[in-house]
Design a binder for this molecule. Structure first.
Ligand SMILES: Cc1ncc(COP(=O)(O)O)c(C=O)c1O
Length: 375
């Protein structure tokens, strides 16, 4: 069968610009690329305890069997959501199948026609997709720029305004001034929404996230947390009020029109939360600090974006060059990925280092010493 010409053309364009994506199974190299910040995705203890939890409760069901509004609302849902709400000091917690689903589900149904969404220009694709499905007007503000946001808010002046940010930006690793954002949001009577995908398990004594570390839970309208990163499993939660919970169950299409998570997935989330212990979080923090000190020792700090999270990016600039350095590091035994345009703006192509509690200091030094010979 013929492949549609316009699609063919788009693939050719990607090939010509050396940005064609393809799926690869990576070999067993040293992990500087996964979001498994605490090693929980590979934790035998999480695996075994999940199995045990299901046995103890005599749960022998493989799938959810339907939408949560029909047959899929397994008993483990309520138990898991209650635990999550308590852990995150939130009135309510609503589980979604993924962070992508949560963001699309939230932004497509919460902001209404006539409302305004102001979002950080570096916001994640899942939020952008949700915003595109919304009937509200949306405008981006400059990355982490409170002054620019304040200016825009003065000009916008609407009844209902949503401000959207991430507590750790996925492609930069940096964090906004959340206290400042809360002040600006309050000043203009706007609702603040924070995606904490990369902050869960990283910030806070027990990895509760940045909002909670800063004790801002009550100042934020909604928090989105995801389990595919530091928790090493699957799913996501929207944290917020009772009314928001009820509203999402009634109007969020990515919640309503999809099969729920399997009991096994819910049990894994419960067990993964129990593994959020301060020791591994401190180990991760130690590695983050060591990585940063090595960056300075090797005089690489000019190329790195300032970050306190587990994500550290060295901006190389240029698709060819970034890909070549990544390939060299991969051949030397490290799993590291180049992040290219259009994922990041043209000219800001970068190497994205994801740090973990289990990375050794020796590996951190080696990969950075090698990087120093290329840049
Ligand atoms: C900031 C942010 N939000 C949401 C998501 C989506 O989460 P998930 O992988 O669970 O769909 C991601 C992951 O790519 C992310 O980085």
């Amino acid at each position: 069968m013929n492949f549609p010409k316009k699609l063919e053309q788009k693939l050719i364009q990607r090939t010509t610009s050396n940005t064609l994506r393809s799926l690869k199974s990576d070999t067993n190299r040293i992990d500087f690329y996964s979001n498994d910040y605490l090693g929980l995705a590979q934790s035998e203890s999480v695996f075994d305890q999940t199995h045990q939890l299901l046995l103890d409760k005599n749960i022998k069901i493989n799938g959810a069997t339907g939408s949560r509004l029909i047959s899929g609302n397994h008993q483990l849902y309520q138990e898991t959501e209650n635990y999550i709400a308590q852990f995150h000091n939130s009135p309510k917690a609503l589980l979604f199948n993924s962070g992508y689903d949560a963001n699309v589900g939230f932004f497509s149904c919460v902001p209404q026609r006539g409302d305004v969404i102001l979002y950080d220009e570096y916001i994640h694709a899942s939020i952008r997709d949700g915003i595109q499905l919304s009937n509200a007007k949306s405008y981006k503000f400059k990355h982490n720029d409170l002054e620019n946001l304040d200016e825009m808010l003065k000009r916008v002046q609407h009844d209902t305004i949503y401000i959207v940010t991430e507590s750790v930006f996925s492609m930069d690793g940096d964090t906004p001034n959340l206290n400042g954002l809360v002040t600006v949001a309050k000043k203009h009577n706007a609702y603040l929404v924070v995606d904490e995908a990369h902050a869960l398990g990283v910030f806070g004594e027990k990895g509760e996230g940045l909002v909670q570390q800063l004790q801002l839970e009550n100042e934020v309208f909604a928090r989105i947390i995801t389990y595919g990163k530091a928790l090493g499993c699957h799913g996501a939660t929207i944290l917020g009020s009772e009314k928001l919970y009820s509203y999402l169950i009634n109007f969020s299409r990515s919640f309503i029109y999809t099969t729920g998570l399997s009991p096994h997935a819910l049990a894994t989330i419960q067990v993964a939360y129990l593994h959020l212990k301060s020791e591994i979080i401190q180990q991760l923090e130690e590695n983050i600090n060591f990585f940063k000190s090595e960056v300075i020792r090797l005089q690489l700090d000019n190329s790195f974006i300032e970050s306190n999270s587990a994500i550290h990016c060295s901006v190389i600039s240029g698709i060819e060059k970034t890909k070549a350095i990544a390939l060299q590091l991969q051949e030397n035994g490290f799993n590291i990925k180049p992040i290219l345009s259009p994922t990041v703006p043209e000219g800001q192509e970068r190497l994205r280092f994801c740090l973990h509690s289990f990375n050794s200091k020796k590996d951190i030094t080696t990969i950075l010493e090698q990087l120093a010979t290329f840049v």
